[in-house]
Ligand binder design. Structure first.
Ligand code: MOS
Length: 754
């Protein structure tokens, strides 16, 4: 166990994530296409969450709410140094402290970031745990470190990873001939953009409860992936997967940091083993800031060549991205995929620092890449005096993914542009950026989004029908707050002619059939088709059973209004319940999310149009209105889909205006590990947001034609705000967060130019 005891899970999480979101699983047979069903009465409509009242009345059990019999609490001792050798750990006094039931080392010999797990205690309550942590004596030999990218990049800077340079090239992509592309251009521009490290701040911090029963382990976890945590635990504890069970009922947000197993979960399991009692570990806001992952920073330099008519001839990107101990985020997807530029050159470098490893953060790489690249496009548009929307329309393609020649399975971006421009009143923007006068300047901007979100083949779901006519839908998926339970019930209800409220949804337990984790916009396009597949099988069987009774062929029967009826003579009907009684015992129908036909690019698209007002006196930006138009295939539930957009846009505004992790190189500490100093958007910062969907049923993607929507609304918003600020004040701000000091500095630059 020792090698993995510290639970500092080997990450390279960026790579794992990318593999997952682009996984088409060619070994799973491709779905035979169902006909697009125009007669849906539940799917696609506004449906309130079936568990909504339970959530808002505080009855829904979150991991933090769960209290087990004889349960102890655990807390973790973390390294106060960004880098240090641990020469000795003495647990004697902690163990002797009244109320303490266990104190253990976590097997770390060298701490590599402030906050790394060193030891853990279990006690009767959290206060006793905290007291015990202070009684643990650790001898550290502090080592030279680098916590900022600037320092890490310096010549002779302390090495973060032994035997590995601090700067490492992880992406090198080319197409066409970049030099030829630049010589064809009428104008060439080059600019650098910067995005900071962002910290995950879900409302509910991470928490885990571990309980052993002999050699079997059950863990309640605030997680986006019950199966990924289960598999991770089995590996970390070197035990069979079959002996680990992970449960998650409800959780207060997860944006990537809860996708995989975390160290504190392993610590809870070890403490529970040691004490023979259940142990709960709840991370504090500070731990949340230091230890559970973050969005890597980026420093992106784009150079682009463009013709007077708006044709892109060449684009290059050099990116330095910092994910602490990890590799950073690949930010090149937007520049590579969005437009049909024939000549590209991309180089991306990781910069290692002694800070906690990254975790995927809602639209990893795309948020950073889109802010910079879609901002750069506006600069190119300005150079040739072209409407930035027009520039995009000239360069995007409805057929092939960027210049790669792979056809899109479907693409509704043109509709997004059209609808968005109409709703915001694009024609009313400043035709000369910064042309307004007075203290308050208004401006409009827009930006484009591309993401994956095809779902993962192999995801399973069962529909179980009982002889009394009640129905379960069962899958080892989880609801991370987006409404998984509700769309599952909707799909079954739609298919069997029932009411969503009458379907019992069973999820959040690894004993149920396997489903992909909830990240990467994968849940709906993975789980909904599996449920539909199972429900269709159930419907077919029920029709056969009713055919005798109704004395018509099974194919003439439809399921509607709690009955099975003759489509040609609706009066000839039999009750759903009565038909189900024919099963005589509970009967299970298995469904699977089948494969994706090879040879297509599966992407979702969107465009955000934004109006802002800049106070040129104080440098404050106020977002006035956001029109967010998305093409994510068939929308399953308009209500939760709209919520998804409101949340994504809100987080994007927060990124654009406020969020940044700040480290102090002198002391090696994180300066803002709390929600007072790390500012996030609140209700007063949120403008009118108008979510709009382009309902385009993707015929190839799955039996419901649905794509994911988790990441998309998070992607273009910061770029659209940046472009709107340019339109308002006539100067580009190339760095987020766009805090007042940066706006005032930009205005000064503009004065200097006059
Ligand atoms: Mo999201 S980064 O896929 O949880």
């Amino acid at each position: 166990m020792s090698g993995q005891r510290n639970g500092s899970i080997k990450s390279s999480s960026g790579r794992i994530y990318r593999k997952m979101v682009t996984d088409t699983r060619p070994e799973v047979p491709a779905a035979s296409q169902e006909k697009a069903d125009p007669d849906f009465t539940i799917i696609g409509k506004h449906t309130p969450r079936i568990d909504g009242s339970k959530i808002v009345t505080g009855k829904a059990p979150y991991t933090q709410d769960i209290v087990l019999k004889d349960m102890l609490y655990g807390r973790i001792l973390r390294s106060p140094h960004p880098k240090a050798e641990i020469t000795s750990i003495d647990l004697t006094r902690a163990r002797r402290h009244p109320g303490v039931k266990a104190a253990i080392k976590l097997g770390v010999e060298k701490a590599r970031y402030t906050g790394e797990q060193i030891a853990a205690v279990a006690a009767v309550d959290e206060k006793t745990c905290s007291e015990a942590l202070r009684l643990i004596r650790v001898d550290y030999r502090p080592l030279p470190y680098a916590v900022t990218e600037e320092k890490a990049k310096e010549k002779g800077s302390p090495q973060v990873h032994d035997g590995k340079p601090n700067v490492f090239k992880f992406n090198d992509q080319k197409r066409g001939d970049i030099q030829a592309g630049f010589s064809e251009a009428d104008t060439v521009a080059e600019h650098t953009y910067r995005t900071p490290v962002e910290i995950h701040h879900p409302a509910e911090t991470h928490s885990s409860i571990a309980k052993w029963n002999g050699d079997r382990l059950t863990v309640w976890d605030s997680t986006q992936g019950i199966h990924s945590v289960r598999d991770g635990l089995a590996q970390a504890l070197q035990m069979p997967i079959s002996k680990v069970k992970v449960i998650k009922h409800y959780m207060g947000g997860g944006f990537g940091s809860k996708l995989f197993l975390s160290g504190h979960t392993v610590a809870a399991a070890l403490l529970a083993k040691e004490t023979g009692r259940p142990v709960k570990i709840l991370l504090s806001r500070k731990e949340n800031s230091l230890c559970v992952g973050n969005r890597p920073s980026s420093l992106q330099t784009y150079k682009g060549g463009i013709k007077k008519n708006g044709t892109l001839t060449a684009l290059s990107l050099v990116n330095y991205t910092c994910g602490g101990l990890d590799e950073g985020d690949r930010c090149a997807e937007p520049v590579w995929d969005l437009y049909k530029c024939p000549n590209l050159d991309v180089k991306e470098y990781a910069v290692y620092t002694n800070t906690g490893p990254q975790r995927p953060t809602r639209a990893p790489g795309h948020v950073q890449g889109t802010f910079a690249f879609e901002g750069f496009l506006d600069e190119l548009a300005a150079r040739i005096g072209m409407d930035p929307l027009e520039l995009r329309k000239r360069n995007y393609t409805t057929k092939n993914q960027g210049g790669t020649g792979i056809p899109y399975s479907s693409k509704g971006l043109d509709r997004c542009y059209e609808i968005g421009a109409g709703e915001i009143g694009w024609h009313k923007r400043n035709h000369t950026p910064g042309e307004g006068t007075g203290i308050f300047r208004k401006g409009m901007g827009m930006a484009t989004q591309i993401w994956w979100g095809a779902g993962v083949p192999g995801t399973l779901a069962d529909v179980k029908i009982y002889p009394d006519g009640s129905v379960d839908v069962i899958s080892g998926t989880q609801d991370i707050g987006c409404g998984t339970r509700t769309f599952m019930a909707m799909v079954v209800a739609e298919t069997l002619g029932l009411n969503p409220k009458d379907i019992t949804v069973k999820i959040g337990n690894t004993d149920y059939p396997w489903a992909i984790l909830s990240g990467g916009s994968l849940t709906t396009p993975s789980v909904a088709p599996a449920v539909r597949h199972a429900a269709n099988k159930a419907a077919d069987r029920l029709k056969e059973m009713a055919a005798k009774e109704l004395k018509i062929p099974a194919e003439d029967i439809i399921l509607k209004d709690n009955s099975l009826l003759d489509r040609n003579d609706p009066g000839n009907a039999v009750d759903f319940k009565k038909t189900a009684a024919g099963f005589r015992r509970e009967t299970v129908f298995h469904g699977e999310r089948l494969g994706l036909p090879q040879g297509y690019a599966y992407n979702s698209f969107g465009a955000h149009f934004v109006e802002v007002e800049v106070d040129t006196g104080t440098g404050r930006i106020r977002v006035l209105k956001v029109v967010a138009v998305h093409e994510s295939g068939r929308i399953m539930n308009k209500q939760t889909a709209e919520s998804q957009i409101l949340g994504g846009v809100t987080q994007g505004i927060s990124t654009a205006l406020f969020e940044q992790r700040i480290l102090d190189e002198e002391t090696g500490t994180l300066v803002n590990p709390n929600l007072r100093d790390y500012k996030i958007a609140t209700a007063v910062d949120i403008p009118e947001i108008m979510p709009i969907f382009v309902d385009l049923v993707d015929p190839r993607i799955n039996n419901l034609g649905t794509k994911g929507l988790g990441e998309p609304p998070r992607i273009p918003i910061a770029a659209a705000i940046g472009n709107a600020v340019y339109n308002a004040i006539g100067v580009h701000v190339r760095e987020i967060p766009m805090t007042p000091d940066k706006i005032l500095a930009a205005l000064k630059r503009r004065e200097g130019r006059k």
